[in-house]
Write a protein that binds this ligand. Structure first.
Ligand SMILES: O=C(O)CCC(=O)C(=O)O
Length: 257
């Protein structure tokens, strides 16, 4: 399916996400924004080790605890298009696994997986997870553009098999891919001599536990300096009047000095 651009409405993006399990919106970030974010992430990548197993990628660097280390993805996390699509897909949600992923030269393809596979809830079920991938380099077939199996989010009891239609999320730097937690996908092999940098901001329904523990990942003094909507997305929210309360009160009060 053709990539969309910023003329696409929330309804357009949501419809394609629901149908295919993923959708790409090109050039959501300007070239200047991409350059600025890349520069900040490169500062952190200098001190970031490569992965410890095949899933993380032995030639791939991952910046975990992203919101403790950079302010470059504060605005993208609450981009109106992102929030609109997430409102439709999940209703009430929070960040689950924000991380930068730099796939290095020589990396092999990651196994195809579902991001919501960590939650033991029987299928079919409503989506629990929506992921966003912000491309900071051009994503190409040879440099490891994410592999996706369109439509696989609707599979109830099958897994990928040889012959399945696997596409790659080819998109220019600054583009944004949405993909639901139930769609099979994985990082591609990088056969070029340059790294491929992207940032994944994964969101999960706010009644579920976040994949990375943001309360410990992001120091309270940083959380308190952030806009309220981002604080909520980092986990300082209450779902359904009760889930997430601290001593009967809103969790942000527990760290407010
Ligand atoms: O970097 C990518 O293209 C996707 C990575 C991914 O799916 C993961 O690490 O779970």
């Amino acid at each position: 399916m053709a990539n969309l651009d910023l003329r696409a409405t929330v309804a357009d993006v949501s419809a394609q996400l629901e149908r295919d399990g993923y959708v790409i919106v090109e050039r959501v970030l300007t070239a200047d924004e991409v350059a600025e974010k890349k520069a900040d992430l490169h500062r952190i990548l200098e001190a970031t080790k490569t992965g410890r197993n095949d899933f993380e990628g032995f030639a791939t660097q991952r910046i975990y605890a992203l919101y403790a280390k950079t302010r470059a993805f504060d605005a993208p996390a609450t981009h109106p298009l992102v929030l609109g699509v997430l409102d439709n897909a999940l209703g009430s949600y929070q960040l689950s696994a924000p991380q930068a992923i730099q796939i290095g030269p020589g990396e092999t393809a990651q196994n195809l997986h579902r991001d919501d596979g960590v939650y033991p809830v029987a299928r079919p079920r409503p989506e629990l997870v929506v992921n966003t991938m912000w491309a900071l380099d051009d994503f190409t077939e040879p440099n490891g553009a994410t592999h996706v199996i369109p439509g696989s989010h609707k599979w109830v009891d099958r897994t990928p098999a040889p012959g399945d239609d696997v596409v790659q999320a080819v998109m220019p730097a600054g583009s944004l891919m949405f993909f639901v937690g139930s769609v099979f996908h994985g990082g591609g092999a990088n056969t070029t001599n340059r790294p491929r940098l992207g940032v994944i901001l994964e969101y999960v329904a706010s009644w579920l536990r976040q994949q990375e523990n943001q309360y410990l990942a992001v120091p309270p003094e940083i959380v308190l300096s952030l806009p309220p909507r981002l604080q909520e997305l980092l986990g300082y929210n209450i779902h359904g009047n009760l889930i997430g309360n601290v001593d009967g009160r809103h969790p942000i009060k527990a760290i407010t000095r």
